[in-house]
Design a protein around this ligand. Structure first.
Ligand code: NDP
Length: 447
């Protein structure tokens, strides 16, 4: 088995050797899916996984725009259309200076499995730009988004590819992107998700990734007869996912101890309650400030510069910032401090060493492709509402989100439960996600 996995990874490395994040994501899937393929004749010998690691299409384009001082700026835009076997490409757009083909290919690859897990008909894609929104005026953001869409519009559409937000792309950016798409195509369609409430957006979409991550943690804890109530939770990030994860933790009676951004983390021993969270939401979403400003408003809390929150004692950890933000050392620290459950809101936030450390300790550990799938699932619900030209209530969407997260948890149990009762959520999510896509690819022939 080891030989099969190594031979496959050697081939992928040969072609993508300069893409470390992509290789990391592929390796994690190969380790669990190849043993399954070898045991199942219908998949064996068909090079299914080899086909799945090659994007159906990778588009890269120039984005030129003019900043407020009249300077011409040039960024690079991308869209990775990874797999459309079970539906139109679907996945977010990321605007961050670190964006490159490796990061977007890893995200698009993970997205294929995640979207399959939601049970909704969505293929996988991801896109974005190395544009840095930090410190830019609203007008600069608008000009950049318009320039970005003036090229991307050729490749997307409600039945082809439906992008959404990700790091650096929230409601404001989706608005500007949608405006340009609508102008160029002269049609009002559900081509993006995460839209505003008055123009086709779904209720609960902004909340969905964070809420879903907590719903998944709840399901995991229930397998041990436990709950979120009374649990001390460390959360990283302070953007969209982190904010709504914190809100749902509070709803379910947990205590949120930390939030962070790329400059460090804040630790509030008394807990970040609703009033404090409202302050953070205004600080980050309206004033576009830094998390360190929290201690000016709440001086009892402390700001730890340049570090991540994993050194803080907790019962549950929810990494909700970015990839590889939790390494092997952090994982050991979490375990030493008694952490029993990790539910990932971000995509691939734990390094390979961290994942293996959690698995070895047999704690409850959910990879992002399962636990953060609530965001794209609710995007799928937004697409359905757009097609039906109607709008479901907050309660209806939240109930559907809860059902989907619970079904994803069940799928993980189906393929990830060991004889001794331990649940390997990585194996469960990877195989459950793989089977549906692989079956569709086999049915559609070699295309
Ligand atoms: P936001 O842009 O709203 O927030 C990102 C947060 O992460 C910010 O606090 C940001 O801090 C922090 N961050 C970004 N890069 C780094 C870094 N290199 N080191 C430390 N902190 C960093 O993005 P989202 O909340 O939407 O996304 C967060 C994660 O969740 C990402 O991994 C994303 O792929 C994933 N995700 C998002 C979904 C969604 O629906 N939005 C769906 C599924 C997954 P700073 O402001 O300093 O950059």
């Amino acid at each position: 088995m080891k030989d099969n996995i190594e031979a496959f990874l050697d081939l992928v490395k040969e072609r993508n050797g300069h893409e470390p994040e992509f290789l990391q994501a592929v390796e994690e899937v190969a380790e669990t899916v190849i043993p399954y393929i070898v045991q199942h004749d219908i998949y064996y010998g068909k090079n299914i996984l080899l086909r799945m690691v090659e994007p159906e299409r990778l588009i890269s384009f120039r984005v030129s725009w003019v900043d407020d001082s009249g300077e011409i700026q040039v960024n690079r835009g991308y869209r990775v259309q990874m797999n459309s076997a079970i539906g139109p490409y679907k996945g977010g757009l990321r605007f961050h200076p670190t964006v490159n083909a490796s990061i977007l290919k890893f995200l698009a690859f993970e997205q294929v499995f995640k979207n399959s897990l939601t049970t909704l008909p969505m293929g996988g894609g991801k896109g974005g730009s190395d544009f840095d929104p930090k410190g830019k005026s609203d007008n600069e953001i608008m000009r950049f988004c318009h320039a970005f869409m003036s090229e991307l519009f050729r490749y997307i559409g409600p039945n082809t590819d439906v992008p959404a937000g990700d790091i650096g792309v929230g409601g404001r950016e989706i608005g500007f992107l949608f405006g340009m798409y609508k102008k160029l195509r002269n049609e009002f369609t559900g081509v993006l998700t995460g839209k505003g409430q008055s123009w086709g957006g779904s209720l609960i979409r902004p909340e969905a990734t964070g809420y879903g991550t907590v719903y998944f943690a709840k399901s995991m804890l229930e397998t041990k007869g436990d709950s979120i109530k009374g649990k001390k939770v460390t959360v990283s990030g302070s953007g969209n996912v982190a904010q709504y994860a914190a809100e749902k933790i509070l709803d379910l009676g947990g205590k949120v101890l930390t939030l962070s951004d790329s400059s460090g983390y804040i630790y509030d021993e008394d807990g970040i309650d609703r009033a404090k969270l409202a302050y953070v939401m205004e600080l980050k979403n309206e004033k576009r400030g830094r998390i360190s400003e929290y201690i000016e408003a709440y001086p009892k809390a402390k700001f730890v510069k340049g570090k991540t929150p994993w050194e803080v004692k907790c019962d549950v950890a929810m990494p909700c910032a970015t990839q590889n933000e939790l390494n092997g050392e952090d994982a050991k620290m979490l375990l030493d401090n008694g952490c029993m459950c990790v539910s990932e809101g971000a995509n691939m936030p734990s390094t390979k060493e961290a994942v293996h450390t959690f698995q070895k300790a047999r704690i409850l550990y959910a990879p992002g492709k399962a636990s953060n799938a609530g965001g794209v699932a609710t995007s799928g619900l937004e697409m359905s509402q757009n097609s039906l030209r109607l709008k479901w209530s907050r309660k209806e969407v939240d109930n559907k989100l809860k059902d989907i997260m619970s079904d994803i948890h069940k799928s993980c149990l189906e393929y990830g439960k060991d004889e001794d009762g331990y649940i390997d959520y990585v194996r469960g999510a990877n195989i459950a996600g793989f089977v549906k896509v692989a079956d569709a690819m086999l049915a559609q022939g070699i295309v």
